[in-house]
Design a protein around this ligand. Structure first.
Ligand code: FES
Length: 148
């Protein structure tokens, strides 16, 4: 019997997607499978990087102009949910003022993703904590520049 590897991979992918649909919202699946803003910014104004209790690390970088986040990117070695969270959160903060971005809670992120199963809620908390660290880093770098 000959096995077509491409066909097998396709069937496997379809199965994985079907399984995911039983657990996650379409929005989570869309943002996990087609992530936005993945990568790094070479001249970032702020960087946040946190390893969660699950052992996964998420990094978010922001570029700020006139008090607004003009660009943000994320990378993670974590689960599909952390990809969906980084993806959605970086989209949510684009063009927001620092204050508005800082006011975003993990509940806001959960609502934007149309919810997460209980056991993955910590991924959204991790993402929001990383963003807060990136903003704290931005503020610290800025105040250091002002004092030099
Ligand atoms: S970020 Fe670790 S399980 Fe999702």
């Amino acid at each position: 019997m000959s096995v077509n590897i491409d066909e097998l991979a396709k069937r496997l992918e379809t199965q994985v997607l079907e399984d995911a649909r039983g657990v996650f919202s379409e929005t989570v699946i869309e943002y996990a499978y087609n992530p936005r803003n993945v990568g790094e910014i070479s001249d970032a104004d702020g960087v946040g990087k946190v390893t969660g209790t699950c052992g996964d690390t998420l990094q978010i970088q922001i570029r700020v102009e006139d008090g607004r986040i003009r660009e943000s990117r994320f990378i993670t070695d974590g689960c599909g949910t952390s990809i969906a969270c980084g993806s959605m959160l970086t989209e949510m903060i684009t063009d927001k003022t620092i204050e508005k971005a800082l006011a975003i809670t993990s509940d806001d992120l959960l609502r934007s993703l149309d919810g997460l199963p209980e056991e993955y809620i910590h991924c959204s908390v991790l993402a929001v904590n990383v963003l807060r660290e990136a903003i704290a880093d931005y503020r610290e770098l800025r105040s250091n520049k002002q004092t030099t």
